[in-house]
Ligand binder design. Structure first.
Ligand code: FE
Ligand code: FE
Length: 180
């Protein structure tokens, strides 16, 4: 990863690896798998928009309207593709954890939740609201932490005028419902 990421992204990657391992200890997931998913989750993040789009074209990955307007959203999908084709990952849980690390999805598996949260709470993150609360919550109740992150992400995107991937909203509705 050090070869394909800039210094800042690589530091974030190591933070996600470390945090994913910590959560895997807490929730009894395979540590090596969690670390592998953490290391690879942003493997496509530093590629240009053009490269992202050409990977999608080459491998027949669908590009939604939101994604074509915001190609940085594609790095999860293209990352899962590279993890499989370039880095030789065959474990579907690892591939799904990479594929859904930005939007989540309804009915996520344990590793998907671990990577989604590790990406948000790793030690290098500084600016998200309620970070200390969510960091603590992640080790107490994974689903509750997940719901809080989705809620804050949607709130942030709305207030900053950023465009939301409809999947984020769908995931939030699913996990909010499971608490009502
Ligand atoms: Fe990412
Ligand atoms: Fe990330």
């Amino acid at each position: 990863m050090e070869k394909v990421q800039d210094a800042k992204r690589f530091e974030h990657t190591l933070g996600v690896e470390y945090t994913a391992a910590s959560l895997a200890m807490r929730y009894e997931y395979d540590l090596i798998d969690a670390q592998t998913a953490g290391l690879l989750h942003d493997c496509a993040k530093c590629l240009s928009d053009k490269t992202q789009l050409s990977i999608c074209k080459k491998h027949n990955l669908s590009v939604s309207a939101v994604e074509s307007r915001n190609p940085f959203l594609l790095h999860a999908k293209t990352g899962a593709c590279l993890a499989e084709k370039k880095y030789g990952i065959t474990d579907q849980n690892i591939l799904n954890a990479i594929r859904y690390h930005t939007t989540g999805r309804p009915g996520m598996g344990l590793l998907e939740k671990i990577i989604f949260l590790a990406d948000y709470i790793e030690p290098g993150r500084k600016h998200a609201p309620n970070l200390s609360e969510i960091r603590k919550l992640a080790f107490l109740d994974l689903d509750m932490a997940l719901e809080k992150v989705l809620e804050d992400t949607l709130g942030y995107l709305k207030s900053s005028g950023g465009e939301t991937d409809p999947m984020t909203e769908k995931t939030w509705r699913y996990y909010r419902k499971s608490y009502q």
